[in-house]
Design a protein around this ligand. Structure first.
Ligand code: CUA
Length: 337
């Protein structure tokens, strides 16, 4: 199977190896069954073709042993494939708790990356090697569906306006890795590319502090950089972070008159210890206060009424925050643990 590996992009993440093993297994199973079905079929077609004087034996109806075998063996193969696929898929959805979070906003036709320290980059994502990175992905409001795809890492996740999705990776290959948009999103869809630049620990730290680092070469197939917009770095003006920007927004919008800074609730719940925790709803069910929940409460506060709070008090803030501001607000809430 060595030659087959050459048809896949270079494997540059944990998942890549895991998906590739599954893929190669599936490919092998397909080849095996193709051969054992097609070759005898051709042979039988020739050997038992209709010829004068060749009378078929009509007494033969079935072969229980054979039918049993070709039902049971494939059943086990299919169950094994399901189990294996489920295992790898689950890995992809289990983000390690120590992963560094980076927020991704897709819009026609660029990728914006927001770091917790307040840095915002367009079409370039710098990450340290061998460290888990969590991507919280969304698309700009009133934009279209995009999909974040890194062939070298074998990760792909939809970017949906008004919804937050999660992907994670850990790359062991220093270099530049190409990101494609893989959901048709309009005229410049095919140019909607970004680069993930995996740096050594040392270089990543330097980069974080704004020092110049040598950019490592592209990894994998040669590719042409056709991304529309060259990277721009919007460095924070002061020593602020994304969370601080969120805090300013929250104060600017007057949220604090009902929600308060301190840990005790007022008319509305306190933001402290809210993010990522279960919320008990009026109907007795619970929901995790993740990005999707918080966004919903901002835009449609009457939905998912929280137990112990009056309904219909909070006005909708739909349309008052753009997606990057929404991300800043999420970072702020997350910081209030
Ligand atoms: Cu964005 Cu295709």
């Amino acid at each position: 199977m060595g030659g087959l590996g050459g048809t896949l992009p270079i494997a540059a993440s944990d998942f890549a190896m895991k998906w590739d093993s599954l893929y190669k297994f599936l490919f092998g199973v397909c080849v095996f069954f193709f051969v054992i079905v097609i070759i005898p079929m051709i042979y039988f077609c020739i050997k038992y073709r209709e010829r004068p004087g060749n009378i078929p034996d009509r007494s033969f109806t079935h072969n229980l042993g054979l039918e049993f075998t070709w039902t049971v063996i494939p059943t086990f193969v299919v169950i094994a494939v399901f189990g294996w696929g489920w295992y790898v898929y689950r890995e992809f959805n289990n983000v390690p708790p120590n992963a560094q979070e980076i927020r991704v906003v897709a819009k026609q036709w660029t990728w914006t990356f927001q770091y917790d320290d307040g840095k915002t980059l367009v079409n370039e994502l710098y990450v340290p090697v061998n460290k888990p990175i969590r991507l919280t992905i969304t698309a700009e409001k009133a934009d279209v569906l995009h999909s974040f795809y890194v062939p070298n890492f074998r990760i792909k996740k939809d970017a949906v306006p008004g919804m937050f999705t999660t992907a994670w990776f850990q790359s062991d290959k220093i270099g530049q890795h190409l990101v494609f948009c893989t959901e048709y999103c309009g005229a410049d869809h095919s140019n909607m590319m970004a680069k993930i630049i995996v740096l050594s620990d040392e270089d990543y730290k330097k980069w974080q502090w704004g020092e110049n680092v040598e950019i490592p070469p592209p990894v994998g197939l040669p590719w042409e950089d056709r991304s529309q917009k060259k990277a721009e770095v919007f460095a924070p003006k002061s020593l602020s972070g994304l969370a601080l920007k969120g805090e300013k927004l929250v104060h600017g919008l007057g949220c604090m008159s009902c929600h308060a800074d301190e840990k005790s609730p007022r008319i509305g719940p306190s933001y402290h210890g809210l993010y990522g925790k279960p919320r008990l709803l009026a109907d007795g069910s619970t929901v995790i206060a993740d990005e999707n929940y918080i966004r919903q409460k901002i835009e449609f506060p009457q939905r998912q009424q929280v137990q112990g709070f009056q309904s219909g008090v909070m006005p909708s803030y739909a349309g008052q925050l753009n997606t990057e501001e929404m991300n800043a607000l999420m970072a702020y809430m997350k910081s209030l643990q």
